[in-house]
Design a protein around this ligand. Structure first.
Ligand SMILES: [Zn+2]
Length: 200
């Protein structure tokens, strides 16, 4: 089974987080290396922006948003995982540049991006989407893979929302194999220790 996609609008949050993850062509490729990469990513999600319109600062902000989101989503699947405080702190610092305002035009109060460049509005909209998603609990199902070499975002559609790996066949199996090898190592070491005592 491959990674499950989150429902809109969290699918865009997931797609941003997954512009980098450890398994991309086997070696941690960065999908947002340049402002033009970011422009392309925005266009893919329906935001019209020219390559040369995106600034280096906007790329920096987008990466802060991405890694802050990854840190926040990692908390959804594993309390034992260390929290990436540095990434969360960077996002907090970037947040004032990503303005949101409350709108009551629709039935439900909503957060809308304030005026700004297309990229800033898009990043603000992504953060704003977390608030209603947290209310309807879809936010808590958007998680980051527990496998340290992966860290991809996946949507946990399981009945009890207990998934921890992006894919059982890839990361889940690898983790189980490592655990098996580790248990065997501990068992063999204990046996060897017991054998030495027998011969003492
Ligand atoms: Zn994974």
């Amino acid at each position: 089974m491959s990674r499950a996609d989150a429902p809109a609008p969290l699918d865009v949050v997931q797609d941003l987080v997954n512009t980098w993850f450890g398994r991309l062509s086997g070696g941690g490729d960065e999908g947002l290396q340049s402002p033009a990469d970011l422009a392309r990513w925005c266009r893919k999600h329906g935001v019209a922006v020219m390559d040369e319109a995106v600034t280096a600062r906007e790329l920096e902000l987008a990466l802060a948003v991405r890694e802050g989101l990854r840190a926040a989503l990692a908390r959804h699947n594993d309390a034992a995982q260390p929290v990436d405080e540095a990434a969360l702190g960077k996002l907090e610092e970037a947040a004032p540049e990503l303005g949101l305002r409350v709108s009551l035009i629709d039935d439900e109060p909503a957060l809308h991006p304030q005026d700004g460049s297309p990229v800033l509005r898009m990043m603000a909209a992504l953060l704003g989407a977390a608030v209603p998603a947290a209310r309807d609990r879809t936010w808590h199902r958007l998680k980051v893979c527990r496998e340290p070499r992966c860290r991809a975002a996946f949507y946990d559609g399981s009945r009890n929302a207990s998934g921890v790996w992006c894919s059982m066949s890839a990361c889940g199996t690898a983790a189980k194999q490592r655990a098996f090898v580790e248990r065997r190592r501990v068992r063999n070491a204990a046996r060897r220790a017991a054998g030495r005592e027998d011969h003492a």
